[in-house]
Design a protein around this ligand. Structure first.
Ligand code: GLN
Length: 492
């Protein structure tokens, strides 16, 4: 076997080669670190590169195989697989700052459960990825580390908020990265970068050790270049976690292969309103092409109406901002958060200065919005109303699933736009979440798959959603549709 080519290997292939001894973990990790450095120069996808930790972990794995013999890594489904995690996912001994100045230098005492479980399966953490501060944004331009550039076109955004994770996988720097998805932050950047982005059913993956944004919507998500890799990572990380009471145990997905037979008889409901007006020509084209492919493969494609669908974005921004204003209240410079202002100014002044200096403008806007939505006298009008809309929308989605197995929409109304293009227009950026926020509001699983290239040669993503707990269908559908076409890795 020749030396590992990081830009081509799937996670499952790497694990098999490391288990068999064809590749050492050390050479796999070194090759990926080299690619990480090149990607960093081109895209700013990373906030930290963990060379020493990664090479130490690789050496330990190689030593274990040497001492234990040929079968000694068989129980590690991700043996030697390099991975990266978003900067809001805690790693013991490593700065975890959610790309915010207020968490500058914060080092958690332990790994987030998802990180611990990947490591226990043999995976090796090699880098931390850049993001929008606290996950608030859709372009990864609002980071204390500067914007992430799309590996397909360095003048365009990578999407967000998990833009670094998507760019890293698209550039072939890692085969696997974790992000978080509150309203689309794993799926939308995956669409913009041409990779597979998956948000499991709410409660599937533990958020313990993850910096919270909006707790009724937050879910950890997985970015790969192939849905079969997503399935392995999911099985490794899923399962009850006593330190996150929202976790439930889900049946293992098992091995997923790209099998066209999985599409035969699959009932697909295309959400009519989301593939028409307000969607770019390139995205509409991709939807038509995918519909044709599904029909040719024997799927039954129909059109579905979600009358409350378009209200999802407003509802999402009210609820997520309200929850954020409560979750982020802890960063006041007293116990948590880097303190700004002289102590003898008094508590109120120090808190004000700390929060003004520590939070970027978008985070401040969300906190103001959220505080207003929860204010006495307005609560029922805003937050209460948003909760009622959320329930109505979830019921409509439930009803739709009485007749179809999966719902299909674009992942976003357009492909990746230019850096700076939407910076001064927050509302326009919020509207970009029209497709993805539905799954978070309903608590269901959703996946974005690469669906060809649009204008300017940029990737377009299409999204599938399934009823809660039916994530396996999403992974099978994704593997069947995007499995045979190797996802082009961008030239970094
Ligand atoms: N773009 C959305 C927002 O800005 C989604 C963010 C996310 O999923 N973390 O809130």
């Amino acid at each position: 076997m020749t030396a590992p080519d990081p830009s081509a290997a799937r996670a499952t292939e790497i694990a098999a080669q490391v288990q068999s001894g064809a590749w050492t973990a050390r050479e796999v990790v070194s090759a990926h670190l080299e690619r990480v450095r090149r990607t960093q120069d081109a895209t700013n996808a990373f906030t930290q590169i963990l060379d020493t930790n990664a090479l130490d972990a690789a050496a330990a794995l190689d030593a274990r195989r040497e001492a234990g013999g040929p079968d000694s890594l068989q129980d590690l489904p991700l043996a030697g697989v390099p991975f990266a995690v978003k900067a809001n996912i805690g790693v013991a001994g490593v700065v975890t700052d959610a790309a915010s100045a207020i968490l500058n230098g914060y080092i958690p005492p332990r790994d987030a459960t998802v990180v611990a479980r990947l490591k226990a399966a043999g995976a090796i953490l090699i880098a931390i990825t850049n993001q929008d501060e606290f996950g608030m944004g859709g372009s990864s331009e609002r980071s204390a580390y500067g914007p992430v550039r799309n590996p397909w076109d360095h003048g365009r955004v990578a999407g967000g908020s998990s833009g670094g994770s998507a760019a890293a996988v698209a550039a072939g720097a890692v085969p696997l990265a974790l992000g978080t998805d509150t309203g689309g932050s794993v799926r939308q950047p995956s669409a913009f970068c041409g990779v597979v982005g998956f948000k499991p059913t709410y409660g599937t993956l533990s958020r313990s050790g993850v910096v919270p944004f909006a707790s009724s919507l937050d879910q950890v998500g997985i970015v790969t270049r192939h849905a079969s890799d997503t399935a392995v990572a999911l099985d490794v990380m899923a399962g009850r976690d006593p330190s996150d009471a929202t976790t439930v145990s889900m049946p293992a997905v098992g091995r997923i292969t790209s099998d066209a037979a999985d599409l035969e008889g699959l009932r697909v409901g295309v959400v009519r309103d989301l593939v028409g007006e307000g969607t770019s020509a390139a995205v509409q084209n991709a939807a038509r092409t995918l519909t044709r492919r599904l029909t040719d493969a024997g799927a039954q494609v129909s059109e579905i109406d979600l009358p409350t669908g378009r209200a999802g974005v407003a509802c999402y921004y009210l609820i997520s901002s309200a929850e954020a204003s409560s979750n982020l209240a802890r960063y006041d410079g007293m116990i948590l958060g880097r303190r700004v202002g002289d102590n003898n100014l008094g508590e109120t002044q120090v808190m004000t200065q700390t929060r003004s200096a520590g939070f970027g403008p978008e985070v401040r806007r969300r906190l103001l919005m959220g505080t207003f939505a929860l204010a006495a006298g307005h609560q029922d009008e805003w937050y209460g109303q948003a909760l009622r809309v959320r329930r109505k929308l979830a019921n409509e989605i439930d009803d739709a699933f009485a007749g179809v197995d999966v719902l299909m929409t674009p992942t976003a109304p357009s492909d990746a736009y230019e850096l700076g293009e939407l910076r001064s227009d927050p509302l326009e950026m919020y509207l970009g979440d029209v497709d993805t926020c539905l799954a978070n509001l309903a608590g269901i699983g959703a996946i974005s798959i690469p669906a060809g290239l649009g204008e300017h040669g940029m990737p377009v993503g299409m999204q599938f959603m399934a009823p809660a707990g039916r994530d396996e269908v999403l992974l099978r559908t994704a593997a069947a549709l995007s499995g045979d076409t190797p996802v082009a890795t961008a030239d970094v």
